[in-house]
Design a binder for this molecule. Structure first.
Ligand SMILES: C[S@@+](CC[C@H](N)C(=O)[O-])C[C@H]1O[C@@H](n2cnc3c(N)ncnc32)[C@H](O)[C@@H]1O
Ligand code: SF4
Length: 441
């Protein structure tokens, strides 16, 4: 079976922005042609051709979740995966039509397709454009053929360069490139050279991925057995730092931990995640975060769709959706997401943004009296001022080490507030831990 992920950024009638993620599976265009040695994403190699039924189910689940969210307008769409560029362009078009029919697709909607830079993907770019895609995200990963082999990719550097060139011809200014560092055997000097080479052919957006050794992958086993070695944490920290400097010198402004843009070519879709917007997940393994207003609910839920495509298909055929798990998000869980996602942005979290989710407790109240936060501020890693809360340039590279402190402070503040509230007696909506849901849901 083949899987595709589409993410749609939506605006509902209450001016709340939503992102809709759809995962399509269809055996005619396998989810992935082969397994990359490092990847543990939810991906399947196809066993049979079920493209038509997959399309039918994707359309059906899209319709169900759109109705459930009561979204009135869509402002961005993201087809990810897996390998969505293996899908038929007509499938992409049909899903977009479904979305437009049930929620209204705005003229300016950002419609991104992830593309594996193989000759197959490259040859279909023009058709994808005609299907409604207006932004390409290309998984180049590396320009070194030997490294691409070690990663188990099914493209080489020449394919990558041709695909980027073709995508830029079709969608100038709207092409993003994924590149990976911390690869087996990589040195800082070779990484700097490679990145420089890549940037001379890139368009206006670059996403940096630091290789994570995932349990259960071939690469993990190879490293464990000593057949391959990856750079140490200290070396990858230097690689990240040098990449940031090289990108900056080339005019790419860092706007998020791993994302860089020239000419304001920021990814609108990803921005909605970092701003903790709502999103719907459609398709096998998709995740969603939205308020099911169609059920009269007012709480945001974390939803996960069934992972295995064949099971997901059956569920959609039987009950029009394959939602496997629904967890109502507490007020604390929602604020944790706002904090964790927002601090990834170079601009961090503004007081106005925080207030949308936390009208009663501002960032100063929660954080400023903590000696740990004061230390982080004094060492120049964290900034809490009239604009809001954000990492410094140096702090952004160390975000993961600061988050546990900040999350503990948030939890302590919210828990204490709850205890005080309980001592005073129940007020308002007591569902989901007695939390009132703030405006963005
Ligand atoms: C899941 S892929 C989907 C796009 C497409 N299939 C591809 O591989 O280019 C999205 C991005 O995640 C990255 N990725 C997947 N596994 C990773 C890992 N273990 N460490 C770092 N990046 C990873 C890939 O390199 C890719 O650019
Ligand atoms: S990295 Fe991309 S192409 Fe490779 S197995 Fe994972 S999803 Fe498929």
């Amino acid at each position: 079976s083949t899987t595709l992920t589409l993410t749609l950024t939506l605006s509902c009638s209450q001016c709340t922005s939503l992102t809709l993620t759809l995962t399509l599976s269809c055996s005619q265009w396998p989810y992935c042609l082969k397994r990359c040695s490092y990847c543990n994403f939810n991906k399947y190699i196809p066993r049979s051709d079920n493209q038509d039924v997959m399309l039918e189910c994707l359309q059906r689940e899209t319709e169900t979740l759109l109705k459930l969210s009561q979204v009135s307008r869509i402002t961005s769409v993201f087809f990810g995966g897996g390998t969505p560029s293996l899908a038929r362009p007509s499938t992409i078009a049909a899903v977009l039509e479904t979305v437009a029919r049930h929620a209204g697709l705005s003229e300016e909607a950002e419609v991104t397709l992830e593309v594996n830079p193989t000759p197959i993907g490259s040859s279909k770019l023009e058709d994808f454009l005609h299907a409604g895609v207006n932004r390409f995200s290309i998984g180049v990963q590396s320009l070194r053929d030997d490294d691409l082999k070690v990663l188990g990719r099914d493209h080489n550097s020449q394919h990558a360069l041709q695909t980027v060139a073709e995508a830029r011809r079709l969608c100038p200014g709207r092409v993003s490139v994924d590149v990976m560092f911390g690869r087996p055997g990589q040195s800082v000097a070779s990484w700097e050279l490679e990145l420089d080479e890549l940037l001379s052919v890139c368009d206006d957006h670059v996403s940096l991925y630091q290789l994570t050794l995932e349990r259960g992958t071939q690469l993990f086993r190879q490293v464990q057995k000593g057949q391959l070695s990856v750079p140490s944490d200290d070396i990858t920290a230097v690689m990240y730092d040098s990449a940031r400097r090289i990108l900056q010198k080339r005019g790419y402004l860092q706007y998020e931990v791993s994302n860089f843009a020239r000419n304001d070519a920021i990814s609108q879709h990803n921005m909605s995640y970092w701003k903790a917007s709502q999103y719907l997940g459609v398709g096998p393994g998709a995740h969603g975060r939205f308020v099911p207003r169609g059920e009269g609910d007012v709480c945001r839920e974390a939803r996960t769709q069934t992972l295995e495509p064949d099971v997901w298909l059956r569920e959609v055929q039987q009950r029009s959706h394959g939602t496997r798990r629904r967890i109502p998000l507490t007020h604390l869980a929602l604020l944790e997401e706002v904090l964790v996602m927002g601090l990834r942005l170079i601009d961090g979290i503004t007081h106005q943004h925080w207030q949308l989710f936390s009208p009663r407790a501002d960032l100063y109240q929660i954080l400023s009296s903590s000696s740990e936060v004061q230390d982080l501020q004094q060492t120049g890693l964290l900034i809490l001022d009239d604009r809001g809360l954000r990492c410094s340039w140096q702090g952004l590279a160390l975000l993961d080490s600061m988050l546990p402190t900040l999350l503990l402070l948030l939890e302590a503040y919210i828990t204490q507030g709850l205890q005080e509230q309980q001592a005073r007696g129940p007020i308002g909506d007591q569902r989901h831990g007695g939390q009132r849901v703030s405006k963005p849901g």
